[in-house]
Ligand binder design. Structure first.
Ligand code: SF4
Ligand code: SF4
Length: 132
C-alpha cells in the first residue's frame, strides 16, 4: 500500500519515505523563520523541562510580533558556503529533537498555501514531492 499523502486543494502529492534519505532539507538550508505560538512555546518548554522564560531566551528570537526558533550557522559540506539549520535539527540522527511537539509550521509542511502555486520551487526543496 502506498503511503503517499495528498491534501484537497493542493496540486501535488508527498511521499514521506523520501525523508529517510533527504538529510532534513526542510530543517536546513537557507535562513528562514520557524514560528512558534504561545501553546507551542509551552509544549516545547515542558518537553525540555525548562522554564518558559529560559526557553524563550535560549532558543527563540523575535520577528516583529512573533517568535521564531533560532538557527545554527553551519558550512555546507565540502564547501565554504554558509548554510543554516534549525537549532533542534540533529544531523547525526537526521531528525528533529522536539519531534512530538514540533511547531504547526513543521507539521504542515509541505502542504503550505504558499506552495499551491509554486510546485516547481517546492520540488527543488523537497524530494518527496510528486505529481498528483
Ligand atoms: S524536505 Fe521533504 S523529504 Fe526532506 S525531510 Fe523535509 S519533508 Fe522530508
Ligand atoms: S522544529 Fe524540528 S521539524 Fe521544525 S524545523 Fe526544527 S528540526 Fe525541523
Amino acid at each position: 500500500m502506498s503511503d503517499v499523502m495528498k491534501k484537497s486543494g493542493f496540486p501535488y502529492a508527498f511521499n514521506p519515505s523520501a525523508c529517510e534519505t533527504c538529510e532534513g532539507r526542510c530543517c536546513t538550508g537557507e535562513s528562514g523563520y520557524i514560528y512558534v505560538n504561545k501553546q507551542e512555546i509551552k509544549n516545547i518548554s515542558t518537553l525540555l523541562k525548562m522554564e518558559e522564560k529560559e526557553f524563550v531566551a535560549k532558543y527563540l528570537f523575535k520577528k516583529m510580533y512573533k517568535y521564531s526558533l533560532k538557527e545554527r550557522k553551519v558550512l555546507k559540506e565540502g564547501t565554504s558556503i554558509d548554510s543554516y539549520e534549525c537549532i533542534f535539527y540533529d544531523a547525526a540522527s537526521n531528525g528533529c529533537t522536539i519531534y512530538e511537539v514540533r511547531p504547526l509550521q513543521c507539521r504542515t509542511f509541505p502542504f503550505w498555501d504558499y506552495y499551491k502555486t509554486r510546485v516547481e520551487e517546492l520540488k527543488l526543496e523537497c524530494p518527496g514531492i510528486t505529481d498528483e
